[in-house]
Design a protein around this ligand. Structure first.
Ligand code: NAP
Length: 377
């Protein structure tokens, strides 16, 4: 005979893996999918809305209660507090609300009207937001203001196990800051969605999402909460890239910082669309559009708080100089030839001076040939 809680009574690790997959599927599909074949004889437990834990306490061993809570947690959508409700905070909120998460927001400026439109509860006061005990706090503040904002948050009003997530575009700095300021009980997940309101306006499919599980407690509810949060990006089709904050900063300086710098240089040229745009030129116009919609503070943060950025700026400078040298070198050669030809024609001599003709190429270690009739003094 089946027990009243058949799934719960078979909580092996193996089952857990399948149940998690099943739960993820349930979150994105309204109707339950068929169970994997080896679970066919297993009955799904549908909890009634007024389900009370006390009703089963007498009949079941004690740990069933925690298992049931665990199952509820797996299904649960998250209560997420967004601190910094500017450009990027609002952009994230739209998708998280659509996915069914409860979103609370706090910012220096008053975004209550925008928040109401998005289905987000806006709190003028950080204390009020923290007293709502969100499962997760996402820091969406500018790189430059994050330390000040974080230090001003009333952390004592939050649940002790709150998961802190940051989305700052520089990661070593963010990680050090969170480790330094947050009490040990708080979990820390450093992330960088490699897209924004422009590049991700239609879809997040195929867009990279970097994350580093800097400090996630070992108990299952904390691990699941972190997975639940990451699932928000998995569900949208992001390319999930787990890597250290150090590696991120190296890659980001070589890619994102260079992209933003070129975009900002081109923006200064005030480029116009022409009737004969090439595909390449169209990409440049897109690049300007993409990077100029971000605040200058964001760009400055990429430079100031990523120790690899300066080196990339210098490389860019050197590359530009060397390209110019290559161009001017060619030009110099052409001009020189023209100059000699004109002079020689004028003098009635069409040959290059013999000494010049005999010059060896640079750097081959040969001495210069001696001119006939002359001696080296
Ligand atoms: P941002 O200019 O970097 O940051 C704007 C946010 O910072 C706003 O919420 C603003 O609050 C807050 N802020 C700025 N100065 C403040 C201060 N002195 N005190 C308190 N709050 C302050 O622009 P963003 O695009 O919204 O970026 C937010 C974060 O997301 C940044 O860390 C950025 O690196 C990261 N990020 C951005 C993108 C993107 O494409 N935009 C992509 C990935 C990650 P108020 O608006 O209330 O003034």
């Amino acid at each position: 005979m089946h027990s009243i809680f058949p799934m719960i009574s078979r909580f092996s690790d193996h089952h857990n893996i399948h149940l998690r997959r099943y739960n993820r599927h349930c979150l994105s599909h309204p109707l339950p999918p068929p169970l994997p074949p080896h679970h066919q004889s297993t009955k799904i437990l549908h909890l009634p809305h007024n389900f009370g834990i006390s009703a089963i306490e007498a009949a079941q061993p004690l740990d069933y209660k925690s298992k049931i809570f665990e199952r509820i947690t797996i299904y649960k959508t998250l209560k997420i507090g967004i601190v910094g409700f500017g450009n990027f905070g609002q952009f994230l909120a739209k998708t998280l609300v659509r996915q069914g998460h409860t979103i609370l927001a706090h910012s220096r400026s008053d975004y209550s009207a925008i928040a109401a439109e998005l289905g987000v509860s806006f709190y003028f006061n950080a204390d009020d937001l923290c007293e709502e005990h969100p499962d997760v706090i996402i820091l969406c503040t500018s790189v430059l203001s994050t330390e000040k904002v974080l230090r001003s948050l009333p952390l004592q009003r939050l649940k002790r196990s709150t998961l802190f997530v940051d989305v700052l575009s520089v990661k070593e700095f963010a990680k050090d800051l969170l480790m330094q300021i947050l009490p040990l009980d708080f979990d820390i997940l450093c992330t960088h969605p490699m897209f924004g309101p422009e590049s991700g306006k239609d879809s997040w499919k195929g867009l990279p999402f970097m994350y580093d599980k800097v400090r996630i407690g070992h108990d299952e509810s904390r691990v699941l909460r972190c997975e639940n949060f990451l699932d928000a990006f998995v569900k949208e089709g992001c390319l999930m890239k787990e890597m250290t904050c150090v590696d991120h900063d190296q890659h980001a300086a070589e890619s994102q910082f260079i992209t933003h710098t070129i975009g900002r240089i081109l923006e200064k040229l005030d480029l116009d669309s022409t009737p004969i745009n090439t595909k390449g030129y169209e990409s440049l116009l897109d690049l300007v559009q993409n990077t100029s919609s971000d605040s200058f503070e964001l760009y400055y943060g990429l430079f100031m708080y990523n120790k690899n950025a300066m080196q990339q700026l210098e490389r860019l400078d050197l590359a530009f100089e060397s390209l110019k040298k290559e161009l001017f070198g060619q030009l110099h050669e052409v001009l020189r030839k023209q100059l000699f030809r004109t002079r020689e024609r004028h003098l009635g001599v069409l040959q290059e001076p013999r000494a010049l003709l005999k010059l060896p190429p640079n750097g081959n270690g040969h001495a210069l040939p001696q001119r006939s009739g002359s001696s080296i003094s």
